[in-house]
Design a protein around this ligand. Structure first.
Ligand SMILES: [Zn+2]
Length: 109
């Protein structure tokens, strides 16, 4: 069972209390973006075998959105953090690098 700690209220919620929101840190296409950039924003998503950054909502709790770093293979949770962060906290990235040497994802190396 997937258990994530909501960073807003501190409760360790199981997946029945949460609502998935897809990939985290998707850059929005601006008003003057090309059709290709807008199409990528709408439809292109990462589908990694390994560490993935995801959006979750504590739907049956405080209702807040947050981000989680999770391994899609082992379901290991590396941590959660507030949804208003534009990048994962450095401490979380260090934890992932320690567990997965050589790991990188997008600009988060
Ligand atoms: Zn919460």
């Amino acid at each position: 069972m997937l258990i994530l700690t909501c960073p807003a209220c501190g409760i360790a919620a199981d997946e029945t209390e949460l609502h998935p929101g897809g990939e985290a840190h998707v850059a929005r296409a601006g008003p003057h973006a090309s059709e290709e950039a807008f199409s990528d924003y709408l439809f292109s998503r990462e589908n990694p075998r390994g560490v993935h950054f995801e959006r979750w909502r504590h739907a049956m709790g405080c209702g807040k959105w947050f981000h989680a770093a999770r391994c899609t293979v082992t379901l290991e949770i590396f941590g959660t953090y507030r949804a208003d962060c534009t990048a994962p906290p450095e401490a979380l990235l260090e934890r992932i690098r320690a567990a997965r040497p050589g790991w990188s994802w997008r600009d988060f190396k």
